[in-house]
Design a binder for this molecule. Structure first.
Ligand code: PLP
Length: 334
């Protein structure tokens, strides 16, 4: 990564170059998407995805109540209305039954989040197709996970990845990737993150500068060479750890987070803390209960509210040592 970054720095080709183009092409081929384009963050990818689908004021987009806030705020930022759906009690991803009950004639898309690296339900694709609405994958936490043999990033109309440093794959700074399975969106995707400009440099639609810089792209390409190996180690670690979080049938997990649903989350976190192991609740406040969405105070999402403050994320990352893994099991079985 260091060599790749230094080479780009010395080349003085810092933006709009070969590294970004190659990173997009390699990422698309890795996850089986029609096309992919690197951008500045997972949040930027979500904003671009909604714009690509021409979603704006008057439109509704269904999102899970339990996710990182960016899933919902991207919808608000394009002027559309997020409609919060509950999550499944067993896998904690957006619940297709609740999504179905919330589809209206204003619904333009569903953003399914592969929460903690667990792929969302296969039923979501069918539901969106039957109702003629788009499916966006929030894949910020799910690099390398699979659904029915297909890599995450090739399931929805569009998928959005994050390379924030805590994610399974990073770029040495902020970064994201937009992928699409639709030929008709591939060209516009590049345009939208570049001021809506075409090859003649005329702006033909509203866009802005969301491009990834070349140093980040060069680092990302190096990480892409490693991601499958790291995902395998995350899976091995999750097998070693004696937890009872289940993986959805037909899917493989990316184990971005290993979360334990606990009735005594504070006690569990303290026990980990005493062993020097970092554990924390993800995400303690459902999106519809955060101040930014105070107008949703009457929306009740039973499962979200009963589990949000009880999901304790414990380490599962590839650099864990056997000693640390053994310590984790010791705490879990105190
Ligand atoms: C589920 C989810 N969606 C979106 C994002 C936003 O990504 P970024 O931080 O790169 O903007 C993140 C990560 O932070 C995330 O975890």
């Amino acid at each position: 990564m260091e060599d790749a970054a230094i080479e780009v720095l010395r080349s003085k080709k810092w933006v709009k170059g070969e590294q970004g183009r190659m990173f997009g092409a390699e990422f698309a081929s890795w996850c089986g998407a029609e096309a992919a384009v690197p951008c500045q963050s997972g949040s930027a990818a979500l904003w671009a995805a909604l714009r690509l689908l021409d979603i704006g004021p008057g439109d509704e987009v269904i999102v899970p109540g339990l996710t990182f806030i960016a899933t919902a705020t991207a919808v608000s930022l394009v002027g559309a209305t997020p409609v919060f759906a509950d999550v499944e009690p067993d896998y904690w991803c957006i619940c297709p039954v609740d999504v179905k009950s919330k589809i209206s004639d204003k619904t333009k898309a569903v953003i399914g989040v592969h929460l903690f690296g667990q792929p969302f339900s296969q039923k979501l694709r069918k539901l969106c197709d039957e109702n003629n609405i788009a499916l966006i994958e929030d894949a910020a936490q799910a690099h390398g996970a699979t659904m029915d043999g297909k890599k995450i990033g090739s399931i929805g109309d569009i998928a959005c990845f994050s390379f924030f440093p805590s994610k399974n794959m990073a770029v040495g700074g902020e970064g994201g990737m937009i992928t699409t399975t639709r030929k008709d969106l591939a060209e516009r995707m590049n345009r939208l993150i570049n001021h809506g400009r075409d090859d003649t440099l005329e702006s033909i639609e509203l866009g802005t500068n969301l491009r990834m810089s070349e140093v980040q792209a060069a680092i990302g390409r190096k990480q892409l060479e490693k991601i499958d190996e790291w995902t395998q180690i995350r899976n091995n670690n999750s097998e070693f750890i004696q937890h009872n979080t289940t993986v959805r049938k037909g899917c493989t997990h990316a184990w971005h987070q290993l979360c334990i649903l606990s009735d005594q989350p504070n006690e569990l976190i303290s026990s980990f803390d005493r062993q020097g192991i970092d554990a924390r609740v993800h995400y303690p406040i459902p999106c519809n209960r955060q101040q930014v969405y105070s107008e949703y105070s009457n929306v009740e999402l039973k499962v979200c509210e009963s589990i949000a403050h009880r999901l304790v994320a414990i380490p599962v990352h590839p650099s864990l040592t056997t000693g640390e893994l053994e310590k984790i099991n010791k705490v879990l079985h105190l």
